[in-house]
Design a protein around this ligand. Structure first.
Ligand SMILES: Cc1cc2nc3c(=O)[nH]c(=O)nc-3n(C[C@H](O)[C@H](O)[C@H](O)COP(=O)(O)O)c2cc1C
Ligand code: SF4
Length: 440
């Protein structure tokens, strides 16, 4: 498959983030097409295109928009609608929304205006991860440009449609990327997930109908409005149509964003990225960030679309392909991820709050070579008590690296015990190899 740069096509252009540069490459033409269309037809177009949410779960975007109730509720009151863009990107390995917003903030803003028009929202928010101040500044500057050009504010481009767009900085918590925690945070409360139902489409921000979409999902909409459903469906697969950003990081010759049709394989992407770094071989990788079960070199031919990755036992998630070569200790990598989950656990539910803490204790012991085989069963048992039994998907994400690493690398866990420490620690590795006990 060939690469299909759409979102990333002009990232290297001079001043790509300015309104002039964006308009010079057809920017805001999708908006014009949308404003000449009935809002329901815009929703129908996005539905027909088959765009799926790029924030992790792959939920169909047009269908999500169509859930927003129109007209007065049972109490006779018509509530305002809101669009909230989830720009909290914080998952280890996930690094696509931030470069998109830095290089081409107007693609997102154009998508926000089209989506708000479609769902009949007159106020939209972009909730940005707190730490990324340069992104915040660039977005704010682009929003100011869009207001000055009449793309935001009252009577946009003479259409009679009004929209206020607010860029909101979070305070840097991974859990605030979970859509209901994000809404609590946006309302000024501590970011913790809400019980569902009611779902945000019915009672979201300020208890009003709300659509929460990922940055890449919304940024994909202008190109669909401009080029049409058939063009979008000419890429990707029947159930996972279109193009997407694959983020290659780690032990790869040329890490970066590779925009390609859904269904491309890691083998093909690695060819574009110059392969695993010279002199080394692929050991394991994540198909969709640290919350998705790891794959090994056996999975190089798995089609990277929602169905293909699920059939092979993982999830496409955020398409964050973290590449680890033969120098990496899988126990250490899993420990680092688990420390992240323990730190970011919001503490609302017991399985995740307590379980992630104990997973870290066990993994530390195992990595130091002081664990036992029984600890592996305990690890699996704790992960099982978190998975599917926690209040939100952070818990499931924390369990994924544990289950999958035990499945593929159980012997490597045991090697730590046999070696009395990490076999990848250079000093110990030498001693171990000379003793003839190495398995790597
Ligand atoms: C712990 C956790 C963190 C999340 N972080 C993000 C995030 O940073 N960005 C994002 O778009 N979705 C994130 N999600 C998924 C959102 O809850 C939600 O599904 C997504 O924003 C929906 O957008 P989409 O339909 O466009 O994919 C996270 C979910 C969980 C459980
Ligand atoms: S699973 Fe973890 S992050 Fe989610 S609500 Fe429970 S404690 Fe909070």
């Amino acid at each position: 498959m060939t690469l299909t740069p759409v979102l990333s096509k002009h990232w290297a252009d001079p001043q790509s983030w300015t309104l002039d540069a964006y308009r010079a490459t057809g920017g805001y033409e999708g908006l014009r097409a949308a404003l000449n269309t009935d809002p329901d037809d815009v929703i129908a177009t996005v539905k027909a295109a088959g765009l799926r949410g790029r924030g992790g779960a792959g939920f169909p975007t047009g269908m999500k928009w169509s859930f927003i109730p129109q007209g007065p509720g049972p109490d006779g009151v018509t509530k305002p609608h809101y669009l909230v863009v989830n720009a909290d990107e914080s998952e280890p390995g996930t690094c696509k929304d931030i470069p998109l917003m830095l290089a081409s903030p107007h693609t997102l803003i154009e998508g926000v205006i089209i989506a708000s028009y479609a769902i009949r929202a007159n106020t939209a928010f972009i909730y940005v991860r707190g730490e990324v101040v340069p992104v915040l500044r660039r977005l704010q500057a682009a929003v100011a440009e869009a207001y000055a050009a009449g793309y935001l504010g009252r009577d946009i481009a003479g259409s009679g449609f009004d929209l206020e767009l607010i860029v909101h900085a979070g305070a840097g918590a991974y859990i605030c990327g979970e859509e209901t925690a994000l809404l609590d945070s946006l309302e000024g409360r501590r970011g913790q997930p809400r019980l569902r139902p009611p779902f945000p489409a019915v009672a979201g921000l300020y208890a009003c109908p709300t659509v929460v979409n990922n940055v890449e999902s919304i940024a994909s909409v202008p190109s669909i409005m401009r080029n049409g459903v058939d063009w979008f469906r000419s890429m990707g697969t029947e159930k996972s149509p279109g193009f997407t950003l694959y983020s290659l990081s780690g032990h790869v010759a040329r890490p970066g964003q590779y925009e390609a049709p859904l269904g491309i394989t890691l083998r093909e992407l690695l060819d574009y990225a110059g392969g695993v770094r010279a002199g080394h071989t692929l050991k394991f990788w994540t198909p969709g960030g640290s919350s998705t079960p790891i794959f090994t070199a056996e999975h190089l031919e798995v089609p990277l679309d929602y169905e293909g990755v699920a059939a092979a036992g993982s999830m496409l998630g955020t398409k964050a392909l973290q590449i680890f070569d033969d120098t990496t200790c899988v126990v250490r990598a899993v420990l680092r991820w688990t420390e992240f989950y323990a730190h970011e656990s919001c503490g609302k539910c017991t399985p995740c709050r307590e379980g992630t803490y104990w997973l870290v204790q066990l993994l530390k012991r195992l990595e130091a070579g002081e664990g036992t085989e029984g600890d592996l069963d305990k690890l699996a048992d704790i992960a099982d008590n978190i998975n599917g039994k926690s209040f939100c998907a952070l818990g499931d994400g924390a369990a994924s690296p544990i289950f999958s690493s035990l499945k593929h690398f159980r012997e490597e866990y045991l090697d730590h015990q046999r070696n009395g420490g990490c076999p990848f620690d250079p000093a110990r590795a030498t001693a171990w190899a000379s003793a003839g006990e190495g398995t790597q």
